[in-house]
Design a protein around this ligand. Structure first.
Ligand SMILES: [Mn+2]
Length: 357
């Protein structure tokens, strides 16, 4: 039978039998904290990690060159299905995959996913890694909690959140996902590094995390603080710009054309807007990303509409593509079709409103 303890044995064997490791981690706070926990565990076994690779799912393509990486690769927080589809990339390597997404069985040396033993509780990779390697990194519960909260794992893992908060004398807060505490804020600081400096920022955040001996030291880090201040300043001015320049239709839909230079803030901006005053509105942020592509990001958190369905109907009448989830979706059109898109999007939304305004 497969369970946490059989997989612990398998991971420990992988770590003890081998010597040089490269860690591939997902480019977000859950991936970064997972990589930090793994690194500490490896170091405490008297071994080293020689290379890191922050990854997007899109990276796992045939052109990904692995020749510069160690023979032993650990991948964390990337869906096993994505690894499995691209398994030939890793031929000749020893591979260990730690994952919390859907169950897959990529042909690798070690695969760990709680769903293997029927555990369907939402368990971010930082919590999985911690539970797996607790014997080696017990004191790093605070690192695991930062990753767990950042990946929206607070709601389903309240006991863990409350235990760690109690240990550090922290009030867990009252947010649905228990994000309104210092651990949640630490996750924001780390994710901000990725927003501002992308792949390089992820590596830098991992380095800062590994050098921080405590949560306080992490929170006091000058680089993390100044990056967050920079982003906050930019978001604040974008909110003002949104309020004055967005184009309002039917008191419901707000179209906003964003400066391509600020594109990396689009997702944060729409989240902040939907939390502050625009929660029951539809926010449509449009950015020209190439001469031929206009990218559109749409949020409708509390409106009762199905965005992918609306987009499907819009694209029956014009060129473009889109999809996503009911309250959050994305689309791509040609820049010349902006007005056409706006008109169709308003029409298709208004006929599908489930509740009258
Ligand atoms: Mn992730």
């Amino acid at each position: 039978m497969t369970n946490l303890s059989t997989q612990y044995t398998a991971v420990m064997k992988f770590l003890k039998d081998n010597d040089d490791f490269s860690i591939f981690y997902h480019l977000d706070c859950d991936g970064i904290t997972s990589a930090a926990l793994l690194t500490e565990a490896i170091n405490r076994l008297g071994k080293r990690v020689y290379a890191y690779r922050p990854t997007n799912y899109e990276d796992f393509k045939p052109h990904l060159d692995l020749s510069d990486f160690s023979k032993n690769i650990i991948i964390c927080d990337v869906a096993g299905t994505v690894v499995g589809r691209n398994i030939s990339l890793f031929s000749g390597k020893n591979l260990c995959v730690l994952d919390h997404h859907e169950l897959a069985e990529p042909e690798c040396d070690v695969y760990v996913n709680p769903k293997m033993w029927g555990d369907d509780v939402y368990t971010p990779c930082a919590l999985l890694t911690y539970r797996l390697l607790e014997g080696l990194v017990k004191d790093l519960d605070w690192v695991s909690l930062i990753g767990t909260l950042s990946d929206a794992g607070g709601k389903e893992n309240k006991d863990f959140v409350f235990d760690v908060c109690k240990k550090y004398g922290v009030e867990p807060g009252s947010h649905e996902f228990l994000l309104d505490n210092i651990f949640g804020r630490a996750g924001e600081l780390i994710n901000n590094m990725v927003i501002e400096y992308e792949r390089h920022g992820a590596d830098e955040a991992l380095g800062i995390l590994l050098l921080s001996k405590s949560l306080k030291e992490l929170m006091d880090n000058e680089r993390l603080r100044s990056t967050t201040e920079k982003i906050d300043k930019n978001i604040k001015s974008l909110i003002v710009e949104f309020a004055t320049k967005s184009e309002k239709r039917d008191n419901l839909i707000y179209f906003f054309e964003m400066d391509p230079e600020k594109r990396r803030y689009a997702s944060t901006l729409s989240t902040v807007l939907s939390m502050h005053g625009y929660g029951d509105r539809v926010i449509v942020i449009m950015t020209k990303v190439k001469n031929s592509v206009e990218k559109i990001s749409i949020r409708a958190s509390n409106v009762g509409i199905d965005l992918p369905d609306i987009l499907k109907h819009v694209f029956k009448h014009m060129k473009g593509s889109g999809g996503g989830h009911k309250p959050a979706a994305g689309a791509q059109i040609e820049p010349n079709d902006k007005e056409k898109f706006k008109k169709l999007f308003v029409e298709e939304t208004m006929v599908r409103l489930e509740k009258p305004l």
